[in-house]
Write a protein that binds this ligand. Sequence first.
Ligand code: NAD
Length: 357
Amino acid sequence: MKILVTGGAGFIGSAVVRYIINNTSYSVINLDKLTYAGNLKSLESIADSGRYTFEQVDICDALELKRVFEQYKPNIVMHLAAESHVDRSIDGPGEFIKTNIVGTYTLLEQARRYWSQLEADEKVLFKFHHISTDEVYGDLPHPDEQQADEPLPLFTEETAYNPSSPYSASKASSDHLVRAWARTYNLPTVITNCSNNYGPFHFPEKLIPLVILNAIAGKQLPVYGRGNQIRDWLYVEDHAEALVLVATEGKAGSTYNIGGHNEKQNIEVVETICKLLDEVMPKQTSFSEQIIFVQDRPGHDMRYAIDASKIELELNWKPKETFETGLRKTVEWYLNNENWCQDVLSGNYQLERLGAG
Ligand code: NAD
């Protein structure tokens, strides 16, 4: 079995590639443009496995995609390549429209062309798995706005799309394109919508790695607004396992929500990281004294929470990590992997790939 993974040098993509190589006998073709978010150092542990190939390709480049499909003849496509940072989408939405919408369209067209030429038995096995986010659903009522006895709703696979940011709107568009290619052209597709991921190899512009690295550098820990926004956190290796399960065993035409049942306010997340750091790097004052509150992000969604019962029931998947065990592992990983962090913070990981370092 050959799996074409797009965006395999990113945070979740690299976890998927490591998971496939370490836990299955499948081969991986990692197709990635290597934007600022792509880092091949996250794949050093599996690069020499003999079942891994890297192709530096932009998903907007139809000719290159055609070549990759014809050269490697993948059985499954797992599509993770995307612009993924909400703040960047607010400052400059253009790249999000290009990669997330036009790129997904270009990939779908090349996948369809390739799939239509397969033999009947290969056609049945083929799957295009589109990896998306729970942010397409917009936000949910926050407990602060509800009566104590009112049940708090969750996102299900049937929740209507209502994206708030240029990022989530571009991902919602890409989900619609994938469904349209399934319905119109019968391309066998599956879509997963997942909550916030955290874990090793996470680019330090995102909340958890940013807080860990700023805290140990003695810097301030900025928290948006009052820090009461709720996110549902999932350890990235649990997500990678779920994704491979859906790609190989998920029912074509289906959507699966993936989440960790870990609803936490942002301020709780930051305080928990500070407590873990106080434990492993005790100093005179607590790391929590570095927390500052900054002006909230425009259009900030207040609460995301996933109902993951469909994937749990149909595919028998459950996350292995609780938020507490996963966060402890993550903090320890950042403390033990100073080289990876320094490389990212200094920008060296980008210089080396250009042959300049
Ligand atoms: P990331 O930003 O860490 O990685 C994205 C990868 O895509 C990078 O390696 C980058 O080089 C590559 N890429 C970007 N533009 C490209 C292009 N035009 N052509 C080829 N490659 C390109 O993102 P991530 O956090 O790993 O997210 C992966 C996917 O999962 C995204 O589709 C994202 O929407 C989705 N997702 C992320 C989260 C999360 O919490 N991070 C949660 C749910 C879903």
